[in-house]
Design a binder for this molecule. Sequence first.
Ligand code: G
Ligand code: G
Ligand code: MN
Ligand code: NA
Length: 254
Amino acid sequence: FSLLQKLRPAILNNKLEVYFQPLIDLHSDTICSMEALVRWPQEDGAMIFPDQFIPVAESSGLINKLGAFVLEEACRFCAHQHSIGNDKLTVAVNLSFSQFRDNSLPGIVESVLKKTGLAANFLELELTESILADEQGNISTQLEQLKKLGVQFAIDDFGTGYSNLNYLRSFNAGKLKIDKIFITTLGIDEKHEMLVSAIINMAKSLDMKVVAEGVEGDAAKTKLIELGCDIGQGYLWSKPIPESQFNELLKVER
Ligand code: G
Ligand code: G
Ligand code: MN
Ligand code: NA
């Protein structure tokens, strides 16, 4: 069987699972958000990661179903956290270019928010710069519709794509996520330090919160605090984990 032949029934029969990775507010040292990252557990205990099956879902038209599933799981879990008192927690969901292909995304997001009861401003959609830069398609119309719903946006993998800084400014995303390739060795070697510092200052001048992805050690964390970064995400705190384990993390914190 090909991956595609297995993926279709897996999605239809709810065999995919959504993991969550915490984002840490570096000022208060507490969990302020979580990123939803999809996983595909296999019968034999093995795990297939999204780098392998997202491209298959994108090229086969399954990405909308997959995306709707992740959105619903993410919003449901966040709404549940609100109901038990973690009422500041936000949740981030990754979007791919192909999820904008048929104009259905704003409607899907709206219905998921309604169904799960999560207030729109607690949902954060992660976009890459290439999605933002699309000028031929109708992505910008859909982004406007999503903005009207009141959802938030984060620019993902910043520093690895082609930036249109003027568009970045006018788009007004709430968060800028610096790609992990610039972060992992921070505080160990000085290679990326000036660049990270410049990105942080740029984001601040654009009124965006800055997230450093791929924080793996204390050296990077210390350097990021020194550089004025707001939020960290990475193995230093936790890798992406299932809901049950995420609940434990939040309990430890309280
Ligand atoms: O944990 P990691 O292996 O989860 O993620 C690998 C890549 O897959 C990342 O680029 C991430 O953005 C992407 N990804 C993870 N979950 C989703 C999802 O639900 N939707 C989309 N479109 N991409 C995802
Ligand atoms: O959506 P995005 O492309 O940013 O996906 C984040 C990816 O980074 C996921 O695959 C996630 O599992 C991975 N990741 C999260 N924290 C770390 C980390 O500290 N180090 C590394 N190398 N990868 C990480
Ligand atoms: Mn992401
Ligand atoms: Na990223």
